[in-house]
Design a protein around this ligand. Structure first.
Ligand SMILES: *Cc1c(COP(=O)(O)O)cnc(C)c1O
Length: 497
């Protein structure tokens, strides 16, 4: 069986999963995909009898076949250990008649930890052999808030790696800002950017495509790589919690082995929900995957009409990690639903770049819609869900989770067990959660809101968030888009001097 990855836009170059992880994005701008995905199914009975870490080993072993079993188990031990505040890592809890998959028990209180505690471990192993041997790796990432801190936490102190994070100035919560601005470590660099998240992300893509910059860095023994959700090493770890949540539901008796489960996923870059599709290909009995958008509803429109159009107003919402107009990981989904037609994917992506939109053939849309459902929630809907869920169910949820809850509530029940992916601790967005609970937040900073939220709900803020109030701000840089390339180059020089 072939075990290589290639670009969504051409299948001429085959790379191992280690190479794909080190490169992040393919040289032609496409994303790495595997044609053999799903040829071998995971053993579901076995998954149901084991814990999160063992399932992580099984999933990663299947998706990253050139890693040895010993390498994988060392990575899993390092990524899913004591830094999680529960040994289950991603527990499933009750949400009325449905279920909540709590993905926020890692070191930065958001679901990106599941992937970003693992990716640096995988990169560390991959960089030891093959083409990157001996080179220093500078991770460059654009963040709408959560990815940045999760990348910083995952890569800080990892030998042979540095990490540079760009976030849109003024468009992250004050707690997210502090999480990044206070990050310690000799190998980290953080800068605000004048613009929105898509500006950051587009410019980071241009930095990766800059051959001259790459040449100058290569002379100094340094390569750039990505920690964004397009990296195979980000996507693969996320598949684990789909399988593990299913196992938890079987063990509690909520479902029987083989029953179909529906997942509702608050999504922006389409990474999280795509991992659910990968789980389905690997044999998990997934019913519908419901894509939940906030008012930046480009995905909802796409899944409804077949036309993806990024030329639309950008809305700043109270679920900022989903404020995205270009959902990068969608390209992988297109690849699979176009039957691996690289030319078609390349031409759709060229349309997106040149005209700002593309339309998939009707037959492709129909197949996509047989797997993916969708819905949207605006900020008022989101606030109503936060307060309704607290009042009626006694469960405190963050705004991203609330978007998914609203969309799930609007979806006709089909008798299957239904799981809402809960992607952040409500305390990461204390001000908006508190305001949704009808409390006055005027003039209160993030910490005052945290305290008030704890007092009102008799819940406890995660220590890694409440502890930020005593941490020193270490990063104050602000750049225009034009200055981002030079900032990366300077960071490489400083970190790898
Ligand atoms: C990143 C993020 C999302 C969206 O995840 P994608 O992989 O971009 O779809 C949702 N909620 C939170 C809290 C996030 O940080």
């Amino acid at each position: 069986m072939n075990s290589f990855y290639h670009s969504t836009r051409s299948n001429s170059d085959s790379v191992t999963s280690k190479q794909a992880i080190l490169r992040g994005i393919a040289p032609d701008g496409g994303l790495y995909v595997a044609d053999w995905l799903g040829e071998k199914k995971l053993n579901l009975a076995r998954v149901c009898g084991q814990g999160f870490q063992q399932t992580a080993e099984l999933v990663l072993g299947a998706l990253l076949p050139d890693f040895t079993a010993d390498e994988i188990s060392a990575c899993v031990a390092a990524a899913y250990g004591e830094q999680w505040d529960t040994p289950a890592c991603c527990p499933v809890t009750k949400l009325g008649d449905d279920w909540l998959l709590e993905l926020y028990h890692g070191p930065t209180s958001a679901f990106k930890d599941v992937a970003l505690q693992m990716l640096p471990q995988l990169m560390g192993v991959a960089s030891k052999d093959g083409e990157a041997g001996g080179k220093n790796i500078m991770i460059v990432t654009a963040t709408s808030g959560d990815t940045g801190k999760a990348a910083l936490d995952g890569f800080a102190g990892v030998d042979g790696c540095g990490v540079t994070v760009f976030y849109p100035e003024g468009k992250v919560s004050d707690i997210q800002y502090l999480q990044m601005a206070t990050q310690a470590g000799a190998n980290v660099a953080v800068s605000a950017v004048r613009g929105n998240f898509d500006d950051c992300q587009t410019t980071v893509k241009q930095i990766f495509a800059d051959r001259e910059l790459a040449g100058r860095l290569a002379e100094k023994g340094c390569v750039l790589s990505s920690a964004n959700s397009i990296n195979v090493g980000r996507l693969a770890p996320q598949v684990t919690y789909y399988f593990d949540s299913y196992a938890q539901l079987v063990r509690t008796g909520a479902i029987e082995l083989g029953d179909v489960v529906t997942y509702c996923v608050p999504t922006g870059n389409f990474g999280d929900v795509l991992a659910g599709y990968y789980a389905k290909l690997l044999g998990l009995p997934v019913g519908k995957l419901i894509v939940a958008s906030n008012s930046n509803d480009v995905l909802t429109d796409f899944l409804t009409t077949g036309t993806y159009n990024r030329l639309r107003p950008f809305n700043k919402t109270i679920s900022p990690s989903m404020d995205i107009l270009v959902s990068s990981n969608l390209e992988r989904m297109l690849y699979y639903f176009c039957d691996g037609d690289c030319e078609l994917v390349a031409s759709l992506m060229a349309d997106l770049a040149e005209k700002g939109s593309y339309t998939v053939p009707p037959a492709v849309l129909e197949r996509i819609r047989s797997v993916f459902a969708c819905g949207r929630a605006d900020d008022d809907d989101t606030r109503a869900q936060i307060s309704g869920t607290w009042d009626k169910l006694g469960v405190l949820i963050d705004p991203h989770t609330a978007v998914a809850k609203k969309v799930l509530d609007e979806t006709a029940a089909d008798g299957s067990a239904r799981v809402v992916l809960s992607t952040a601790s409500p305390y990461k967005f204390s001000a908006d959660v508190l305001a949704a609970l009808d409390e006055d937040t005027d003039g209160m900073n993030g910490f005052a809101c945290m305290d008030a939220l704890a007092a009102k709900t008799s819940t406890v803020a995660p220590a890694q968030l409440s502890g930020l109030r005593d941490a020193a701000v270490l990063h104050t840089d602000v750049n225009d888009r034009e200055g981002m390339g030079a900032f990366v180059e300077a960071a490489c020089a400083r970190v790898f001097q």
